[in-house]
Design a protein around this ligand. Structure first.
Ligand code: GTP
Ligand code: MG
Length: 357
């Protein structure tokens, strides 16, 4: 058979294998239900301390990139502006309360840079792996970046969700998804995929939501949160009706090209990935110092080996946890993935299994 036909066949096979690979890894309805009940229960308890408090989910439980048994990210928002609550104090109070009223395993970290509370719910029949849960206070930007990710996923769920979910599983299996051990958070990998679909692919698969003008003029107040511009075009209905990509590449083709781009083309030494603005230079952001202090376990603040600009906190490098060794490993994994997908063009299922081994 002609090599071109064989290659086409492999790409089709790869796309359908990606869908079947991801499907059984999605959370079950039962899991989602139990998690929502847990959130409601904790919210009720927190309201006994501060009636104006709400407990919201963010991160993968609601950006549509959640996997089965993923942890729960929760944030307490206090609506009463008169309630003068200091986050570290509040974390300690919630911890006391949950220890008394529930059988969660509770670990408050009130002295962390962003005070949080870690909870663990033991395994049960509905939740064979239990639940790990982080509760933060007043982190409103996280709610906004969760909405941004969700809106991107909604534009083209078949390709965007499949790519991100696969990349997350791959990164976990290949052990390059451990910010505490020098590699990259899931949020960082997700931003890499979106950056690629918005700025690298020509024609683009996704529009740049932060650059589409609002339907009605907005005042600065309306798009500013904690001094940051958090505007993005979020009218999903209009997007569905008026934006359609003229890029028709399959999810398999996009995956191969994603790995190839980050193996060979992206200039890690001097470039910054910005979902908001495309490729920037480290120099223009002033992200040139690379203070790689301490051991791998130490959370250095100013590492700039890999630079991923947060969509809203633009002075913040989401990939600051990535060490020199971590970046070396991540790049090695991109190369390995490219090799496997381009040199094994017979059975896609086998290639995916090998990729995630
Ligand atoms: P899994 O937990 O692995 O399923 O992925 P996740 O999508 O929940 O991602 P992750 O746990 O890495 O991050 C959860 C949420 O926290 C993200 O959606 C962001 O809202 C927020 N977040 C995580 N890391 C950062 C960061 O470095 N900077 C900022 N501003 N927000 C972050
Ligand atoms: Mg999470």
């Amino acid at each position: 058979m002609h090599p071109g036909v064989l290659h086409r066949r492999f790409l089709n096979d790869l796309s359908s294998s990606l869908f079947s690979f991801v499907l059984p890894l999605l959370p079950t309805n039962e899991e989602l239900h139990v998690k929502e009940e847990v959130r409601g229960l904790i919210e009720k308890l927190i309201k006994t301390i501060e009636p104006s408090a709400r407990l919201l989910s963010f991160g993968s439980s609601c950006n549509s990139f959640g996997l089965r048994n993923s942890d729960m990210d929760l944030v307490v928002l206090i609506d009463d502006s008169e309630a003068n609550i200091e986050p570290s104090h509040f974390v300690a109070m919630i911890a006391d309360l949950l220890e008394r009223e529930t059988n969660f395993d509770v670990k408050p970290l009130p002295k962390a840079r962003i005070p949080i509370l870690k909870l663990n719910l033991k395994a049960s029949t509905a939740l064979p792996f239990g639940i790990a849960c982080d509760i933060g206070i007043e982190n409103r930007l996280a709610i906004e970046n969760t909405r941004l990710l969700l809106t991107y996923a909604t534009i083209d769920p078949a390709r965007v969700r499949t790519l991100v979910l696969f990349l997350k599983v791959w990164a976990k299996r290949r052990r390059i998804n451990s910010p505490y051990r020098g590699t990259l958070s899931s949020y960082g990998f997700t931003l890499m995929v979106l950056y690629y679909l918005v700025h690298v692919k020509q024609p683009p698969v996704l529009p740049n939501l932060q650059r589409i003008a609002p339907l009605r003029p907005m005042t600065e107040d309306q798009y500013t949160l904690e001094g940051k511009n958090v505007y993005f075009f979020d009218d999903v209905e209009t997007l569905r009706n008026e934006w359609s990509s003229i890029n028709f590449e399959s999810v398999g083709e996009l995956l191969i090209d994603f790995f190839r781009y980050f193996s060979h083309d992206f200039q890690f030494n001097n470039s910054v990935l910005s979902l908001r603005a495309g490729q920037l230079t480290k120099e223009s952001k002033g992200w040139v110092n690379d203070i790689d202090v301490g051991g791998v376990n130490e959370m250095a603040r100013d590492r700039n080996r890999l630079c991923i600009e947060d969509p809203f906190e633009t002075t913040y490098n989401v990939a600051r946890t990535v060490t020199k060794d971590g970046l070396y490993t991540i790049r090695g994994e991109f190369m390995r993935a490219t090799r496997i997908l381009t040199q094994r063009p017979d059975r896609a299922v086998l290639a995916l299994a090998e990729l995630c081994r």
